[in-house]
Structure formats: C-alpha cells, structure tokens
Design a protein around this ligand. Structure first.
Ligand SMILES: [Zn+2]
Length: 247
C-alpha cells in the first residue's frame, strides 16, 4: 500500500515534467514532453490559418480589404509555421546555427504578427486621418523589435518582454479612438488574452508546459481577433472617411 502510494505520488510529480530555469543569457531547455507539446500546440493551427486566409480573401469586397486580409492572413500562417519549425528543430537538433536562426525568427515573427493584427483596423476604420501615421508607428516599432531581436537575442529578456508589451498595447490607444467603435470589445479581449499569456511566456522552468500554455493563449487571442476582423471589418460597409484609405 505504501509502495503504491509512493508510485502514485511520483507519477503525478509535476516537477519532473519541466527542467531547471535557464540562467541569465541562456535558453531554457524544455523536457521532451514539453517539446512535443510546443510543436503540437502551434502545428495544429497552420492549416486553419491557411483556410482563414482563403476565407478572408473570398469575403473581401474592396482592394483595401484584400490587401489588409492578405497581410493579416499571411502573418498568421507565418506565426504558426515558424513557431512549429523552430520547436521541431529545437526538439530534433537541440543546438546549432539552424536552431538559433529559427529561434530569432520565432521571436521576430511575433513583432510582425502584432503589427499585422492592427493593420486591418488602421486600414479599414476611420481614425480622422490618423491612420497612416499610426500605421507607420506600428510597423516602425515592429522593424525596431526585429532588429533588437537580431542584435541582442536572449541578452536582455526583460527588455524583449517590455518591447512586446509596448508594441502590443500602445496602438490600442489609437484603436480606442476610431469613429465607429464596433469590434473594440473583441479586439480588447483578444489583446488581454495575449497579455495574460505573457505570464506563462515568462514561466519556463517554473510551471510545467508553460510555453505550450503560452501557445494556447496565442491561439485563443488570434481566434478573437480573427472573429472580430471577419465580423466588423471585411465584407461590411464601413463609415467612409474623406481622409481614410478606403478604396
Ligand atoms: Zn513557441
């Protein structure tokens, strides 16, 4: 009976599912089950993203809608594909140039994805002429984030997280001021989902499967935003703006 209890307690020992936290400047090494979970949780969304891009393209009614849904749809596919490749390479190769290349790519594509998530709103909603400036700011921040990632990869992890939060949250101020506020609620819920997920993004080595849980938050946030874009932006006649980018 005692031995059975010991076996049961060891089989539910969650600490064995994770490794030690990474030291400063080093990458966390996931356990094998964590690696598999990391691959599965984003690989599952590659095909739905392709279908989503096709769906948005067929639903688009104007040139602006076609362009913006293409940018958003392709970034969605890139996010899940680059992430899946990185985690697969990380699991099979474990070290080397290829793993490092895709790790930088995995982090860099997040900046592109955040900018792409704002692009449909900035292109298709009326901001009284502020949309072009906002678009420049968002994409400039994304480029700076990618450069930071390339130059200082894994060196200042707290700064990386701060950059994600700045580029993710600051443009929301602009979106809150659009003439027609429809879709803001879903946009905010999606944004809050990403922010909540960042907690797990920072918990490698503390919570088992923390990175796979972060992936799940990304999938959920993307689903809210995909729903909002399809419900409020494309295939729907927007309020025309004399200074907007409606085509
Ligand atoms: Zn990942």
């Amino acid at each position: 009976m005692t031995s059975l209890r010991r076996q049961l307690s060891s089989s539910i020992d969650l600490s064995k599912l994770k490794n030690q936290r990474a030291k400063a400047g080093e990458q966390y090494i996931p356990t094998d089950v964590e690696q598999i979970a990391n691959v599965i949780t984003h690989a599952l969304w590659i095909v739905p993203s392709l279908v989503g891009l096709f769906w948005m393209q067929t639903k688009s009614q104007s040139q602006a809608e076609i362009i913006t849904t293409f940018v958003y749809g392709v970034s969605l596919i890139c996010l899940f594909t680059v992430s899946t490749i990185f985690h697969t390479v990380s699991f099979t190769k474990r070290s080397g140039v290829l793993k490092n290349f895709f790790h930088i790519g995995d982090r860099a594509v997040i900046y592109i994805f955040i900018a792409s998530s704002y692009t449909p709103w900035l292109m298709l909603k009326d901001f009284g002429g502020a949309e072009i400036t906002s678009m420049w700011i968002v994409w400039t921040m994304a480029v700076l984030g990618i450069l930071y990632q390339y130059i200082f990869h894994e060196q200042y992890k707290w700064l990386e997280t701060l950059f994600y939060l700045i580029i993710g949250v600051c443009p929301a101020w602009c979106v809150m001021h659009m003439a027609d506020p429809s879709g803001v609620f879903e946009l905010a819920v999606g944004g809050m989902t990403y922010i909540a997920g960042v907690i797990f993004f920072k918990c490698d080595g503390i919570i088992p499967f923390a990175h796979a849980i972060w992936h799940c938050f990304v999938m959920t946030g993307a689903t809210f935003h995909f729903y909002a874009i399809n419900t409020y932006l494309i295939g729907v006649k927007q309020v025309e703006s004399s200074q907007g980018m409606h085509v």
